[in-house]
Design a protein around this ligand. Structure first.
Ligand code: SAM
Ligand code: SF4
Length: 398
């Protein structure tokens, strides 16, 4: 490795480099088993995974992407899945080295890795830290063994909390995910579970309402009436409980499903929600790249082996690469930005769309209490508006 490359790799480890705002998402598409509610691009491979071959393919795709968007300074890196904590730490290290060989790295780079909270995976945390990871996000899902079983999880609540303790010992920054609005869950039971979670939480929690995703086993059970989820009123009460309990504990929502101590937000996810630029690497990864004055939406082949074959044949696995129109960019900006408590700048919308948001529609939504204008002129969805966010966005973008 050239001397300059080597020093950049060291910058990644030490968190030194240039300031910038560019995210790199890396998708690891394998899991030990498929959870019945999940429609993420994740696959089970009983025969094992050739990690060295994947590292070569990740390296090729990173190089191909860097050739399209050279000179960027990477501020955030995110290993998502699937289950990235099934990767050997050396695999994670090799991929990070490759990112650092092609782009500069900002001094305070955030490097997150999603992990499943089993004891086997927790033993790798120290290795991930040595490889350059500085934040983990654990899929705890529930603190109730019966619920974990119903969700098809391979760990108990005690095992998950033990993994959280290992995360805390190894990383200054960690987060975990819980799924609520589960079958039969009452606001009282959820408030208690959330209090327990907050006692274990660091600076950040992701709290997702159970969504019935099409073509999952949960969708079949739901359609057959064998899985009953809370109705709208109970779901609303569960949502309100989430907001009040977390805010009282100092972790208010900064996004519809994400809570953090102010300043401890996941900076990588903010790149998406603030419509900044990011590269998507690995099977089924999406990117948004600014090239020659256009914003390009990219997506790679989803199937892991087909992605490998494509990368080995063409140097990248990109199957979609289209320039977004101003209107599409503006819609995306609204859709992502209104998820945030900080809301959006209407001037940026107007610059992208070539037209202003309709003041009459804003006035009606304000009257309904669904949106508000902040003192610095930003448009944001209120707590009352968040449960109907999709309808609010559709109304504003129409
Ligand atoms: C891609 S998963 C990665 C985490 C890791 N594989 C795990 O499961 O521990 C990210 C998160 O999405 C959430 N999630 C996945 N499917 C969901 C669904 N149908 N409804 C609500 N949340 C879901 C879970 O909380 C999960 O931790
Ligand atoms: S929830 Fe996580 S572990 Fe379960 S299938 Fe989805 S990505 Fe894999």
């Amino acid at each position: 490795m050239a001397e300059a490359d080597q020093s950049n790799v060291q910058s990644l480890r030490a968190g030194r480099g240039e300031a910038g705002a560019f995210g790199v998402y890396l998708h690891w598409p394998f899991c030990l088993s498929k959870c019945p509610y999940c429609d993420f691009n994740s696959h089970v491979r009983h025969a094992g995974v050739d990690e060295a071959r994947f590292v070569r393919a990740f390296a090729a795709e990173i190089a191909a992407t860097a050739a399209r968007v050279p000179g960027r300074t990477v501020s955030t890196i995110f290993f998502g899945g699937g289950t990235p904590s099934l990767m050997q730490p050396a695999t994670v290290g090799a991929i990070l080295d490759c990112v650092a060989r092609h782009w500069l790295i900002t001094p305070d780079v955030e490097v997150t890795l999603e992990a499943n909270p089993t004891s086997v995976e927790a033993t790798r945390f120290r290795g991930y830290r040595a490889a350059g990871v500085n934040r983990v996000s654990l899929g705890v899902q529930a603190l109730d063994d019966r619920a974990l079983k119903e969700l098809g999880r391979l760990h108990t609540a005690a095992e998950a909390l033990a993994a959280v303790a290992v995360a805390r010992a190894n990383f200054e920054r960690y987060s975990f995910d819980l799924i609520y609005a589960r079958p039969g869950q009452t606001p009282q039971a959820w408030a208690q579970e959330l209090q327990r979670a907050l006692a274990e939480a660091g600076e950040h929690l992701s709290l997702y309402q159970l969504t019935i995703e099409q073509e999952t086993p949960f969708a079949e059970l739901h359609a057959a009436g064998k899985l009953v989820i809370p109705d709208d009123d109970v779901a609303r009460a569960l949502y309100d409980t989430t907001q009040s309990v977390c805010a009282a504990a100092g972790l208010p929502a900064y996004e519809i499903s994400n809570h953090a101590r102010p300043g401890a937000e996941c900076r990588h996810n903010l790149v998406y929600w603030r419509a900044h630029e990011y590269a998507g690497i690995g099977p089924g990864a999406h990117g948004r790249l600014d090239i020659a004055g256009e914003r390009r939406a990219t997506a790679t082949e989803k199937r892991p082996e087909a992605w490998l074959a494509r990368v080995e044949a063409h140097g990248h696995g990109v199957v979609t690469d289209e320039a977004l129109t101003g209107e599409e960019r503006a819609d995306e900006f609204l859709l992502m930005g209104l998820r945030l408590a900080e809301g959006v700048d209407p001037e940026r919308y107007a610059a992208l769309a070539g037209r202003r948001l309709d003041p009459r529609r804003i006035a009606i939504l304000r009257e309904e209490g669904a949106v508000e204008i902040t003192p610095n002129g930003r448009l944001r969805v209120t707590l009352a508006g968040f449960p109907v966010l999709d309808a609010v966005v559709a109304d504003l973008a129409a």
